[in-house]
Design a protein around this ligand. Structure first.
Ligand SMILES: Cc1ncc(COP(=O)(O)O)c(C=O)c1O
Length: 439
């Protein structure tokens, strides 16, 4: 029976109580998350919950999210095409500006074609969900972005991870899979067509899968919480020697690393070895949306088969117009890339001299490893009280006992802003109530 004052069913009352208990436990474990209310553009100074802070936490590495030319491009697109795109790409949402951006992205990435998705998350789901089938294998770095790990689960393939950057382990997994292949029955299709009669899985999806035993080697090129780089040369060599296909997520590298900001595959000269590349418009390119780049057949297959492409409304034209403008600026103004990389180098050097542990960062993302969630929260709060916004990153976003401050730099940070960050971190290092426990 319902409690007399409850308006909900028994099932709902019990469920809400369980949710409340789980949330309370999260609070006790220092894992509670709450949304800040941002009241300004995404510049180096940001207004949050009524107060201004110097921020070192966004992925707006080149400072393009609020660049006047980017905003103006979006504004012009709004005037010309309105806001909503009204339909999926395959129906009537494939706006001219989406095509222009895709051509430009393909040219930028030196590939035959590119395709936009509503987010980088969706792009990753689409890639592994489309190409990795029953009987195939996915081998991924343990610290790959959540979207790649989720995509591996969503796919029909078997999934194994290797320790972060542990390519020896990746090689032994590949060798073991190679010897096992042929003896493994394909997993059953986990999508029940009766659940969603309007959007049934494409029967032809499995026409050429049949347990072919393809192996996909999947990695971030810049790891999002550590800022370190994959050794794509090593992975490309493994791919070649074990007949595996290399899938690389260049979300944090696009616009920032490699010649013209083309990414880590270009930096390490292995672009030819990348079977599928993924990028996002939402970080250095200051817009929103993800994209995939590669051979034309890869892109045409996604257009024809990817559920995350077919069954969703296209992004507004303004997103691709803004990204087009941002990409042009990123290419024309290499000084932005050089500046953010130089600032990151300076911060890394000074933090190391202060005794902080910052991992192997080689990008604008610098982790300051603190250990427990409680210490990371206290550190973030301490900086916030001094006008600096660098939120604590805690499990499950990062592995247990590796809670951290994730500093990220922007080309538009001033020297003074960076100096004030370093000064505050120096003072924090000397503060026993925070760092005494962390050391
Ligand atoms: C490595 C990586 N891939 C993909 C994504 C998802 O991109 P988006 O934010 O465009 O969904 C992220 C976002 O944080 C990321 O860090």
């Amino acid at each position: 029976m319902n409690a007399p004052d409850s308006i909900y069913s028994n099932a709902m009352t019990t469920w809400l109580a369980a949710l409340a208990a789980d949330l309370e436990q999260r609070q006790r474990d220092h894992l509670w998350r709450r949304l800040p209310i941002v009241q300004s553009a995404q510049g180096p100074v940001i207004k949050i919950d009524g107060l201004e802070y110097s921020q070192f936490c966004t992925n707006n590495y080149l400072g393009l999210a609020d660049h006047p030319e980017v905003v103006d491009a979006a504004r012009q697109a709004l005037s010309r095409w309105g806001f909503g795109s009204g339909a999926s790409r395959l129906v009537a949402g494939s706006m001219q500006t989406h095509h222009e951006l895709e051509l430009k992205l393909a040219e930028f990435k030196h590939t035959q074609a590119a395709l936009m998705f509503t987010s980088g998350y969706a792009a990753n789901m689409a890639v592994l969900g489309t190409f990795a089938r029953a009987g195939d294998w996915i081998i991924s770095d343990k610290l790959n972005h959540a979207s790649l790990l989720d995509a591996a689960r969503f796919s029909q393939a078997r999934h194994r991870t290797y320790g972060h950057l542990n390519y020896q382990r990746a090689a032994s997994l590949l060798a073991r899979i190679k010897t096992q292949l042929g003896s493994i029955p394909p997993t059953l299709d986990s999508i029940d067509p009766t659940e969603n009669p309007g959007n049934q899985p494409d029967e032809s999806r499995d026409a050429d899968s049949g347990g072919l035993g393809r192996i996909f080697l999947v990695t971030d090129s810049v790891f999002s919480m550590d800022g370190d780089l994959a050794d794509l040369r090593e992975l490309a060599a493994l791919g070649r020697s074990h007949e595996s296909l290399l899938v690389v997520d260049e979300a944090h590298a696009t616009g920032v690393l490699g010649p013209d900001g083309r990414g880590v595959a270009a930096l390490q000269d292995v672009e030819i070895d990348v079977a599928v590349g993924i990028g996002t418009l939402s970080k250095a390119l200051g817009s929103v949306g993800g994209f995939v780049f590669g051979e034309r057949s890869v892109i045409e297959t996604l257009i024809n088969r990817a559920r995350h492409f077919i069954y969703t409304t296209a992004l507004p034209a303004a997103c691709s117009s803004a990204a087009l403008a941002a990409l042009q600026i990123a290419i024309n103004e290499p000084q932005r890339r050089l500046r953010v990389l130089a600032l990151a180098q300076r911060v890394r050097t000074e933090l190391a001299a202060m005794g902080y542990v910052c991992g192997r960062s080689q990008s604008p993302i610098i982790p300051v490893l603190l250990g427990s969630s409680q210490i990371a929260l206290a550190a973030a709060e301490w900086l916030k009280d001094r006008g600096i916004f660098v939120p604590a990153i805690r499990p499950p976003t990062v592995p247990p006992n590796t809670a951290r401050l994730r500093i990220s730099l922007m080309a538009t940070h001033t020297d003074e802003q960076v100096e004030s960050l370093l000064k505050a971190l120096q003072q924090m290092r000397e503060n026993q109530s925070i760092m005494g426990v962390a050391r």
